[in-house]
Design a protein around this ligand. Structure first.
Ligand code: ATP
Ligand code: MG
Length: 275
């Protein structure tokens, strides 16, 4: 579990994160959402310690990360996996070398053991026969998978993903989202995902923190979103009239005011006129 208490961050006197608190639980996907420039990346970097917050504290499994000494911080960092915005693979290293990099940095394992682990995580992200390929030879979705494999190679307790779907088509995005969700549950990781992809929110968002101009505007689950009356959240998530209508229908369905659309679909198939 990660606890964020009253984080504040400014750059050159301009406040970018203002008094943000959150509790992110293990075994679930915790999403930070918000429009471009709302502070998602800065907040995530404050949480992992890449930026030092001006105020506030971050606790990893109850341990105060903000105030702990360098050695303890390094130990927590070893338990953190990161998938950066844009994948950030090393262009001059092949897939195998990219994924092996953290193992060489943080373990004393021999080549055979490291290679076995590389192949294990490649298998976990459903990639085969790509060990010798260079990032330039991979599709966008494959790059994300390699970056995800690298992020989990040290078996992290905490996984951070900044815009894992940027630049991907909706179907490939869904595959990546499902993979992140599966891995999170399988290894009981505390996963934090920055996104502005609404499909991700509805697909994997166990806990959602909505940022608006550096502040926490709203928090809740994906189910809470359907019932939320927060206008900023609604106009962000359900930006089009079509999506707003879909939300209204889902709300009526969930409150039993109209029959379940899925049931209706079944009824049509069973009893409806044959076409
Ligand atoms: N290193 C920095 N120095 C100064 N200002 C910064 C720095 N990093 C981010 N900012 C500012 O902080 C604000 C929030 O930026 P951030 O990158 O967190 O937004 P974001 O929500 O991640 O946006 P996007 O969806 O485009 O990735 C922006 O106004 C940005 O200009
Ligand atoms: Mg960002």
């Amino acid at each position: 579990m990660i606890e964020v208490h009253n984080i504040k961050k400014s750059f050159d006197g301009r406040v970018v994160i203002e008094d943000v608190s959150a509790v992110m639980k293990a075994g679930q996907c915790n999403l930070i959402i918000g429009s471009s420039g709302s502070g998602k990346t800065v907040l995530q970097k404050c949480i992992v310690g890449l930026f030092e917050p001006d105020d506030g504290e971050v606790l990893y499994s109850g341990q105060n990360f903000t105030t702990m000494n360098g050695v303890d911080k390094t130990n927590i960092r070893k338990e953190i996996g990161m998938l950066f915005q844009g994948s950030a693979l090393f262009d001059s290293l092949n897939v195998e070398e990219n994924i092996m990099f953290p193992l060489s940095m943080f373990t004393t394992d021999g080549h055979r053991k490291k290679l076995d682990r590389v192949n294990e995580v490649l298998d976990r992200v459903n990639l085969k026969d790509v060990n010798r390929k260079f990032p330039a030879e991979l599709s966008g979705g494959m790059k994300k998978r390699v970056a995800l494999a690298r992020a989990i190679v040290l078996n992290p307790k905490y996984l951070f993903c900044d815009e894992p779907n940027s630049g991907l088509d909706p179907q490939t995005s869904l595959v990546i989202d499902k993979l992140i969700k599966e891995i999170t549950i399988e290894f009981n990781m505390t996963t934090v995902v920055n996104t502005h992809d609404m499909n991700s929110v509805m697909e994997i968002g166990d806990y959602i923190l909505y940022m608006y101009q550096g502040r926490k505007e709203w928090e809740g689950s994906k189910k809470d979103i359907i019932f939320s009356k927060n206008e900023r959240l609604n106009s962000f998530i359900f930006a089009s009239e079509f999506l707003q209508d879909a939300k209204d229908m889902r709300m009526l369905e969930m409150t039993g005011k109209i029959p379940s659309l899925r049931n209706m679909d079944d009824m049509m198939r069973k009893d409806g006129p044959s076409l």
